[in-house]
Design a protein around this ligand. Structure first.
Ligand SMILES: Cc1ncc(COP(=O)(O)O)c(C=O)c1O
Length: 381
């Protein structure tokens, strides 16, 4: 597994460090989006995306965009004005999904799970009995709180109730088990810059045959050009067709990153991320810090914890200046009191272990962690 190849180690929840192979894949001459070389590369990339999602039965999309493109394309392609939708929220990205539903004219209901709680399938079941929804939106891992939701159980409730389900797996796929064909969700999407370890700039979306049928049969037309999944569908089968110029260099990086992922094996990749998650959580625990996410629902891709004394900014700055390690803080209101460590992609357990030692010493230096706890954490690794 690649070790640190850059001058800075990125432990933010995306974008993440790139391997030399991925960097070199982007560094060649500009690849045009016409010609046999691009067509073959694109088809291979879509095939690799199928491998990553375990999507044999549905349509696989890959196009230029970000995670937000995946969010908005799902909403606009499935939801018509006046449809009643339900968004499960346990953090910032759940809120964004709700907002996108509102922007596109849905009667957008929400079920909010606060204080680091995961979405509860029983609560969802009760809500689905009370109200008829067309689509339920679920975040797999909310990157702000690090909560991982019980996606299979939540999707099952939706399937039982005959409601379409959309899973935002931007901070999960590649690092957390997901089998699209078995899951039964209608749309699952991710972005290139997180656990897939490619550069930002590509969105990857898996869509069930049922979701495609829903789009084809909807009465009101899809109110978007670029984010209309029906417009992209023929291009996935035949990349010689033109809709918009693809970011070809980004796709080259994505193909290389997913080739590396396949060489490692998706199950091995999940297992490595499980180790990364466990190491981070045991270290944060030994530092005596409080996790944002409740126990049993802490993700293997990102860890958020509260810090005392409003000193998240000082920890972040010192760690970067003295050790070349970049970690993230909380979003908006939580900026000064929350730290977030992204641990995904090509990161090895050894590199992460050393980085956590450095972080522990910075936190000790700044008085954010009692010294004896840091020593204990370092010793145990
Ligand atoms: C869970 C989740 N959803 C959606 C997004 C939005 O992705 P992007 O910033 O690539 O648009 C992010 C970004 O971090 C995310 O973590």
């Amino acid at each position: 597994m690649a070790s640190q190849v850059d001058d800075k180690l990125l432990l933010i929840p995306g974008p993440t460090n790139l391997s030399m192979r991925v960097r070199e894949a982007m560094a060649g001459p500009q690849l045009p989006h016409v010609g046999a070389k691009f067509y073959a590369m694109f088809k291979e990339t879509v095939g690799l995306a199928r491998y990553v999602f375990k999507n044999e039965k549905g349509t696989q999309f890959v196009f230029t965009g970000t995670g937000t493109t995946g969010m908005e394309a799902s909403v606009v392609s499935l939801v018509s004005h006046g449809d009643r939708t339900l968004t499960l929220m346990n953090g910032y990205f759940g809120h964004r999904m709700l907002m996108l539903n509102q922007v596109h004219g849905a009667k957008a209901d929400q079920l909010e799970f606060t204080d680091g709680k995961a979405a509860d399938p029983d609560t969802l079941r009760k809500q689905l009995r009370k109200e008829k929804y067309s689509v339920v939106f679920i975040t797999h891992v909310d990157t702000s709180s690090s909560v991982i939701n019980p996606v299979p159980e939540l999707v099952e409730e939706c399937s039982k109730a005959g409601v379409l389900s959309v899973v935002d797996s931007v901070c999960a796929i590649g690092g957390v088990p997901l089998d699209f064909d078995r899951l039964g969700a209608d749309i699952v999407f991710t972005a290139s810059q997180k656990a897939l370890a490619a550069a930002p700039g590509a969105v990857l979306i898996a869509c069930s045959p049922h979701a495609i049928e829903h789009m084809e049969k909807r009465k009101a037309p899809i109110e978007s050009y670029y984010m209309n999944l029906l417009k992209w569908k023929p291009i996935m089968d035949d990349p010689r067709m033109y809709l918009a110029t693809p970011a070809t260099q980004v796709l080259l990086a994505l193909r290389e990153a997913m080739t590396e992922l396949k060489e490692e094996g998706i199950e091995n990749r999940w297992a490595r991320h499980k180790h990364l998650g466990e190491l981070t959580r045991s270290t944060v625990d030994e530092w005596g810090q409080r996790f944002v996410a409740e126990e049993g629902h802490r993700a293997d891709t990102v860890t958020s914890f509260w810090v005392e004394k409003q000193n998240a900014g000082a920890i972040q700055e010192t760690l970067e200046k003295e050790h070349g390690i970049v970690v993230a803080r909380g979003i908006y209101d939580d900026r000064d009191r929350m730290m977030r460590i992204g641990h995904f992609g090509i990161l090895s357990v050894e590199v992460l272990g050393r980085a956590l030692d450095s972080m522990g010493s910075v936190m000790k230096e700044l008085g954010a962690v009692p010294g004896d706890l840091v020593q204990q954490a370092t010793r145990k690794k």
